[in-house]
Ligand binder design. Structure first.
Ligand code: NBP
Length: 477
């Protein structure tokens, strides 16, 4: 038993994570994969890593020093369960099993409950940053027991991305908290990507710019408050020219966006918890709409003309930047609301400022912007919404007029901006003194006797709609 850490599953994520671990001082890394040929490949390609490789799971377990710690990086679902079962059979109390895959947090909670009686620690850890992150430094979101984090924390900190001198890892909370926060991260990622895509569409359709010019605009934005990994890579993608045709790469890509599910989970969970995450929801739906070629073709057959594009003013790109920033603030505010609601529902002590900090590096939504969020929650963890934090309140106020111009221009020009417009509507919904929800309450009381409350006195009321329409107070509410 010589290895202080093991990795099971040596596809792209697992082998990169194993190499990252092996590159750190003091680590000896045991590796195992169901199909041994894959292990042999890794050994041949990376002799420098000094892996302790095993052909069988028994040998793998025997190669781990106690307390044994193994990170599973296999396909989420049945594959993960199969490996967990194999390890649980062979591990002892105090040993640690980490699932680093993209598990649904409900599965993680169930697995933790199932394994806890054995005395083995089960840790669901969200790992963000894709292949590159796994190799050079991901953002890591571990759940599980605080005790397991004492052993695991330093190992994960050694391989995590570093942002402003701090490793991008923190003990997020118990059982499924890590995978939950990873799920929200991906939801926010969806919203951020959709907003950026809309900004591009506006600059192109309304602003009349070509992809290469828009790449320049984005590169410029990346020097300012919008600085982020996603803006940076968007500029790269827009600058790309298709070698086969010489056309902009973005023009030869089929405009049907795929998704792997975590964005959907975020919205499903938010629906369950009653958290409005319109920005994320619109992003998920926008991908779904894009992937309905038959419906799109059908509508395009009957809608033969599009509105005349409104003349964009000279400062249109600046307007779009401001609209993007304001919409982004909304999307992140909604994402953090979902974290707060999940923490309350599932009993996790999640530090929002720490989450913002571990997202500053390694992961897909890494950005300077997250420093501002960390500061906001650090200053006052109990703010009702990020939109209330002075910095963001000011930023949104500064961009508000531009935001409205952009959404209006988009509407008048027939450019779809579900992300921008839903974010603006969300902001307005929070901002107006009165919402027509009062009318919805009236409708609900009318057809379903669902009752309502009054603005002028406490109590719960119902109007006798099918009778004399007198109001009655409903006791016991
Ligand atoms: P895959 O998700 O493609 O899974 C392939 C691995 O799972 C192989 O090692 C395979 O072994 C193993 N496996 C399967 Br499939 N069924 C198994 C079973 N019943 N028993 C044992 N092993 C089994 O690998 P990946 O793309 O490296 O991702 C690993 C995890 O990391 C996934 O949960 C993924 O969602 C997550 N993740 C991926 C990314 C990314 O950018 N790709 C980012 C973040 C998280 P074999 O070689 O014997 O077939």
């Amino acid at each position: 038993a010589t290895a202080n850490i093991g990795v099971v599953g040596l596809a792209v994520m697992g082998s990169n994570l194993a190499r990252n671990l092996a590159s750190r001082e003091g680590n000896t890394v045991a590796v195992y994969n169901r199909t041994y040929a894959r292990t042999e490949e890794l050994l041949a390609e990376h002799p420098e890593a000094g892996f302790v490789a095993s052909e069988t799971i028994d040998d793998f377990v025997a190669s781990l020093a106690k307390p044994r710690t193994a990170i599973i990086m296999v396909q989420a679902g049945a594959g993960t369960d199969a490996v967990i079962d194999q390890l649980v059979e062979r591990f002892e109390p105090g040993d640690i099993i980490v699932d680093g895959g993209n598990a649904n947090f409900h599965d993680t909670i169930a697995r933790e409950q199932r394994i806890a009686p054995t005395g083995i620690h089960f840790v669901g850890a969200g790992i963000s940053g894709g292949e590159e992150g796994a190799l050079h430094g991901p953002s890591i979101m571990p759940g599980g027991s605080a005790e397991s984090y004492e052993t695991l924390g330093p190992i994960l900190a050694s391989i995590a991305a570093v942002a402003e001198g701090e490793p991008c890892v923190t003990h997020v909370g118990t059982d499924g908290a890590g995978h939950f926060v990873k799920m929200i991260h991906n939801g926010i990622e969806y919203a951020d990507m959709q907003l950026i895509a809309e900004a591009y569409d506006l600059l192109r359709t309304v602003g009349g710019l070509q992809p290469a010019a828009i790449a320049d605009v984005f590169a410029g934005w990346n020097e300012g408050p919008l600085e982020s990994y996603l803006i940076e890579i968007t500029a790269e993608v827009l600058r790309q020219v298709d070698p086969a045709t010489g056309r902009p790469f973005v023009d030869i890509v089929l405009d049907q966006a795929g998704s792997k599910g975590t964005g959907v989970w975020t919205v499903q969970n938010a629906l369950d918890l009653g958290v409005p995450v319109g920005g994320i929801g619109e992003a998920v739906f926008a991908r779904a709409v894009s992937s309905k070629p038959a419906q799109r073709a059908a509508v395009q057959r009957i809608v033969n003309s599009r509105p005349t594009v409104q003349e964009a003013g000279t400062s249109f790109a600046d307007d779009v930047a401001k609209a993007l920033y304001a919409s982004k603030v909304v999307a992140y505010a909604q994402g953090f609301d979902a974290i707060i609601a999940g923490a309350e529902k599932y009993g996790w002590d999640i530090h929002k400022d720490r989450i913002a900090k571990i997202w500053r590096g390694g992961c897909i939504i890494r950005a300077q912007f997250l420093n501002r969020i960390a500061e906001a929650y650090d200053e006052n963890p109990d703010i009702a919404t990020l939109l209330e934090a002075p910095y963001f309140a000011q930023a949104v106020a500064d961009g508000e007029a531009a935001w409205r111009r952009v959404v209006a221009t988009a509407a008048l020009s027939g450019v779809p901006v579900p992300g921008f417009s839903s974010a603006l509507s969300y902001y307005d919904s929070l901002a107006v003194k009165r919402l027509p929800a009062a009318l919805v309450q009236g409708q609900r009381d009318f057809f379903g006797a669902h009752t309502y409350k009054r603005v002028d006195k406490p109590g719960t009321f119902h109007t006798l709609w099918s009778g004399d329409r007198a109001e009655v107070e409903v006791p016991g509410h």
